[in-house]
Structures are given as structure tokens and as C-alpha cells.
Design a protein around this ligand. Structure first.
Ligand SMILES: [Zn+2]
Length: 594
């Protein structure tokens, strides 16, 4: 193998020298802490009718926000690269305290916004300095207005620590102490939930099936506790909504994702109408695995056991080349990221699992974290994270309040980049078997977004509906899950997963409600954009950047209308996006025909 051209370790010294022992960083945090206090005083004393004072506070807010992100990014890179870095954990604790201080100031600022008259507020937002961040400010004021009086919301915040978030913590405790007996090589081992879940991806069906049975049994044992946690956190949420005068349980989730309920409904309708093709794929996959129909534990199973390794340099070149076919700017960006060591990819012990991309807004740079071992899925992750980094890069000169995008569009650039590379990899695959494996990997994602996540959405919506009338037993929850799964998979599975409601952490996340549909939205929104890029070729590259730059300052409907000329509440756009997936299914069916 030829010498490594690209280093697989990232450069953090360019931000602060010396890692978690950095004196420079310590001083940075100290200044930030002092400024946070000053900022709090300025907000407290802000004369709400004074435009210049408002402008000063908004400038200050953005400045502090940028520096705090910079600090958070640095610390998350430190804790990820070495999970045993105790000093980094202390720094993390210190930043959490700073977050809490700024959160309180934020509530104070919301209150001040509500004290401004409509007329003065409109005038302020039209000011040439404020206008670029007016979307975010308008949103913040509207959200504050739709809540209860500030002193009540502040009480809610205090009570939620033990009365709401604690249910999520309890769930984590339940999962943390669970142990799943699993026999391997004639020896029974006790597995954690995470370890047992990994067995569901095994290429051996018996292994998958046994893991599934053991997991189901374990969840059944804990189901009364899980049911209690789920019932109470949902009850808390429903009561809060009622007191705020909100009538729909979807109000908060769609608001957070800057979309309308109509868009969400249209998306699910179009997906439901287009599942037949996906079922064809599932049927073929079943026959490749020697089965009549797939069961829950077969969905994410590989169809091939052979895997070809790709070196890091090869992956870097391949990704850069594929980006370049669509946009030279994107290719240059990727090249810079590899050359200037924006990526931590080394395969070594002591690193956190998984991958992420984080932005250093003050420096206009990003850092990507992952462990690269040369698999096809590693190449996909690398492309995915570079997509995130590109998204931040094209927004780097925007004011801080115009750079914050919602979860619904957060995966637009990453999915787009991943698809560019995945499609090229399929095209360049040297054997038919490899082609099939890569294509199948892509289609598994379609099943996840169209069926699996749809089931979660249906379950959660119906659960809240029933919960508003009373408590549900574990048996009720099993039944509700089973019905949602059967509907979402259109009856295609042989065996379902009735304990899914207990097993999925996302239902217990209190920070974000309905942690499911934004995934599907993001995937399909990006796929629709990809379809447009295929149609228009490199000519679309500039408009793609313009769209990304607006993700922090528009609703999803606004983005689609302005940059793609489509109405997301109508089926057309979604239909075009699904066609891309259908083409993959056709290719898969063709390749696997006997
Ligand atoms: Zn991502």
C-alpha cells in the first residue's frame, strides 16, 4: 500500500493550543463567563423602547452565542477523541453552567421582547442591521407569546427537572441496568442492550432471531416500568400544552421544525401511497435470504457477507472526485478539509463510538469525528459528515442568529453528499455482488424512513390521543405498537416488534418531542433536491448553496418555494423524491433477478 497522503488525526491546536490543558482555552472560557454576566445585566437594564439599545443587545447576544459554540465544539472534540480525558469532562461541566446562565438571560430577553409594542417591534426588525436575523427574532418572540406568563414558564422550567426530565433519566437507568443473556460459542454472556441490538444486524439469521427473542423477553420484564415512565412524561407534556392553550400535540414538534402540519400530512400521505414498490424490494430481499417474508429482525440484515476495504486516501480521492462532478466548490472544500486536517478518522482505542460534525463558528471551520476502518459504511459516513461541514461552510459569513437551522433541514446537505457518493460507488463497483450490497444498504434506509419511522409516528400520535383520556397499560402499548407497525409496513412482515415502544430511546427524549418525523422529512427533502440536481446538473450547484444559506432563516415551505419553486403542502415534490427511491428498487430487482 502506498504511503498515507492524508493524516487521519485532526488539528485542534489551530483553535486552542494544548488540548484540555490549554491555558488559552481557560482564559477564553473565563472571558466568556465574565461577558455572560455583563450581558445579563445589559438585558436586565434594557430600555425596551430604545432601538439602539436593542441593536447593541442583539449584537452582544450573537457574539456570545458564537463564542459559546466555539467553546462547546472544542470540548466535544476533546471528549470524543479520548473518553478518559477527565480534564475535558470538567470543562464540559463548566460550559453547562454557562449554558444555564445564558438560558436564564434568554428568558429575560423573551420577556423584554414581549414588552415592545407591535409597531416598535416591526420597525426594529426592518432596521438594516437587524433585518438579516429578523426571522429568528420574530420566531423567538412569537414562541414566547404563545407560552404562559414568564413567571409561570419559569416555574415550569424549575418543576420540569424532577417532574419531567426525571422520567427520561429513569428510562436511561432502566436500560442501563438491563442485561441480556446470550449464548455464544457454548457460553452464556450477559450483554448490554446496545450489544444485543448489534446482534440484530448479524448476517446469521439464527443469531438475529435469538437476539430478538432475548431482547423481547428483557423488555417484557421491564415493560411496567417503561410504561409508567412513558405515561407520566406524556401526561406532563399534555398538561403543559393544555395550560398554554395548545390544542394539538403536533403543534410544538412542527413548530420546532419550522414546518406546517399540512406539509407533514402531505408527506406521509404520498409515502403511504407509494409503498408498493418498497414492498417489492422487501419481498426480493426475503427471497435472497431464503425466506417467505421478512421479520422485524431481518430488515437491517446484510444480504452479502463479503466486504471490500477502501483505504482512507482512496476514500478521500473518491469523495472529492464525486463532489466535483456536481460542484467544483464542494470538491475544493473537501480537499481543504482533508489537507488541513479537519477530520479525526484514526482507528484506535479510547475514542467515542459513532460520528459527528461540529462547527467552530468563530474560525469559519468545522471538525469531523469518526473511526475509519475502511468499510463501505465508513466511506458513506465520511461523505455524510463532509456534507454537514459544507453546509456550515457556505453559511460561515452569515450572522449567528441566521445560521441556526432546525432538525428538519439539518440532514439536507449530509444526505445529499452521502447520496452523491453512494450512487457513484454503486456505479463503480467491480462486482455484481458488491453492487447489490451497496444498493441494498441504500434501500434499507428507505425502509427505515418510510416504514419504521412511519410506524413510530403513527404510534406516538395515537398514544398521545389515548393518553389524553387516561393511562395506558403495557399491554395497551404493545397493542398500539403492533397496529402501527402493521399499518406502516402494510402487513408485509411475518413477525413484528410489539415491545418497540419500550425499546426505543427516542420516545423518552424530553428535550425534543416527536423525535421521528424530522428524519423522514430530512431524507426525502434532500432526495427531492438530489433529483433536481440530477435533472439540472452542475448548473444547480449555485442554487443549492443559496438554499443551504437560507436554512437558518426560513420555514421549510419558504425554502422550497423560493429555491425549488415547489409547494410542500402539495404532493408533486414528494412524488418526485420518491421516484428516485423507486428507481433504486428497480435497479435492485433487475440485479437480483434469477
Ligand atoms: Zn447527519
Amino acid at each position: 500500500m502506498k504511503a498515507h497522503r492524508y493524516t487521519m488525526k485532526w488539528d485542534l491546536d489551530v483553535f486552542f493550543k494544548g488540548g484540555s490543558q490549554s491555558k488559552e482555552f481557560k482564559q477564553y472560557v473565563e472571558r466568556l463567563e465574565q461577558d455572560a454576566q455583563t450581558f445579563d445585566t445589559e438585558v436586565k437594564e434594557l430600555p425596551v423602547t430604545d432601538t439602539e439599545a436593542w441593536k447593541k443587545v442583539i449584537r452582544f447576544l450573537q457574539n456570545i452565542g458564537t463564542r459559546l459554540s466555539q467553546a462547546h465544539s472544542f470540548v466535544s472534540c476533546l471528549t470524543a477523541q479520548n473518553v478518559k480525558d477527565e480534564q475535558a469532562k470538567l470543562l464540559q461541566g463548566r460550559l453547562s453552567q454557562l449554558d444555564a446562565v445564558l438560558h436564564r438571560t434568554g428568558t429575560r430577553l423573551d420577556q423584554k421582547m414581549l414588552e415592545v409594542s407591535e409597531k416598535d417591534w416591526d420597525a426594529l426588525l426592518k432596521d438594516s442591521e437587524i433585518q438579516p436575523v429578523s426571522f429568528k427574532l420574530r420566531e423567538q418572540r412569537r414562541r414566547a407569546k404563545e407560552k404562559m406568563a414568564p413567571e409561570l414558564e419559569s416555574l415550569v422550567g424549575d418543576l420540569s427537572v424532577d417532574g419531567y426530565h426525571a422520567w427520561g433519566d429513569l428510562y436511561d437507568t432502566i436500560v442501563g441496568r438491563m442485561s441480556i443473556p446470550f449464548e455464544e460459542d457454548g457460553e452464556v454472556k450477559e450483554l448490554s442492550v446496545g450489544q444485543a441490538n448489534n446482534k440484530l444486524h448479524s448476517s446469521n439469521r439464527q443469531t438475529r432471531q435469538r437476539a430478538f427473542r432475548q431482547l423481547s423477553e428483557a423488555w417484557e420484564k421491564e415493560s411496567d416500568l417503561c410504561a409508567s415512565a412513558l405515561n407520566h412524561l406524556a401526561g406532563y407534556r399534555l398538561n403543559l400544552y393544555r395550560n398554554r392553550g395548545w390544542d394539538s400535540v403536533l403543534k410544538e414538534p412542527v413548530e420546532i421544525n419550522r414546518m406546517s402540519e399540512a406539509t407533514l400530512q402531505t408527506m406521509w400521505d404520498v409515502i403511504s401511497q407509494n409503498k408498493a414498490k418498497i414492498l417489492e424490494y422487501m419481498k426480493r430481499k426475503a427471497s435472497l435470504l431464503g425466506l417467505k417474508a421478512l421479520s422485524w429482525y431481518d430488515i437491517y440484515a446484510p444480504v452479502s457477507t463479503k466486504e471490500q476495504k477502501v483505504s482512507y486516501d482512496e476514500a478521500a480521492d473518491f469523495i472529492t472526485e464525486q463532489f466535483g462532478r456536481f460542484s467544483p466548490a464542494m470538491a475544493n472544500f473537501a480537499k481543504t478539509a482533508f489537507e488541513l486536517r479537519w477530520i479525526e478518522a484514526e482507528d484506535r482505542p479510547g475514542k467515542r463510538p459513532g460520528g459527528f460534525c461540529t462547527t467552530f463558528p468563530e474560525s469559519g471551520q468545522s471538525r469531523i469525528f469518526m473511526t475509519y476502518a475502511g468499510t463501505a459504511s465508513n466511506v458513506a459516513t465520511l461523505a455524510h459528515e463532509l456534507g454537514h461541514a459544507y453546509h456550515s461552510y457556505v453559511m460561515r459569513d452569515l450572522p449567528s442568529l441566521a445560521r441556526r437551522y432546525s432538525m428538519s433541514v439539518a440532514e439536507t446537505a449530509s444526505t445529499f453528499a452521502e447520496t452523491l457518493v453512494a450512487d457513484a460507488a454503486i456505479q463503480h463497483a467491480s462486482t455484481k455482488e458488491q453492487k447489490i450490497a451497496l444498493l441494498e444498504d441504500k434501500l434499507q434506509r428507505a425502509v427505515a424512513f418510510f416504514m419504521d419511522i412511519h410506524a413510530r409516528f403513527l404510534f406516538e400520535t395515537r398514544f398521545y390521543e389515548k393518553r389524553s383520556k387516561g393511562l395506558l397499560t403495557a399491554a395497551d402499548l404493545n397493542q398500539l405498537t403492533l397496529e402501527a407497525e402493521k399499518e406502516a409496513f402494510q402487513g408485509a412482515l411475518e413477525e413484528y416488534h410489539p415491545h418497540f415502544w419500550a425499546s426505543k430511546l427516542h420516545f423518552y427524549i424530553t428535550g425534543v418531542p416527536f423525535y421521528n418525523f424530522p428524519y423522514t422529512f430530512g431524507y426525502l427533502f434532500s432526495t427531492g433536491i438530489y433529483a433536481r440536481a440530477q435533472q439540472e446538473g452542475p448548473a444547480f450547484a449555485d442554487r443549492y448553496v443559496a438554499l443551504l444559506r437560507d436554512t437558518g432563516s426560513m420555514t421549510v415551505e419558504g425554502l422550497a418555494q423560493k429555491h425549488l419553486g415547489v409547494d410542500l403542502t402539495r404532493p408533486d415534490f414528494w412524488q418526485t423524491a420518491i421516484r428516485v427511491v423507486h428507481e433504486d428498487v428497480d435497479r435492485f430487482l433487475q440485479l437480483t433477478e434469477k
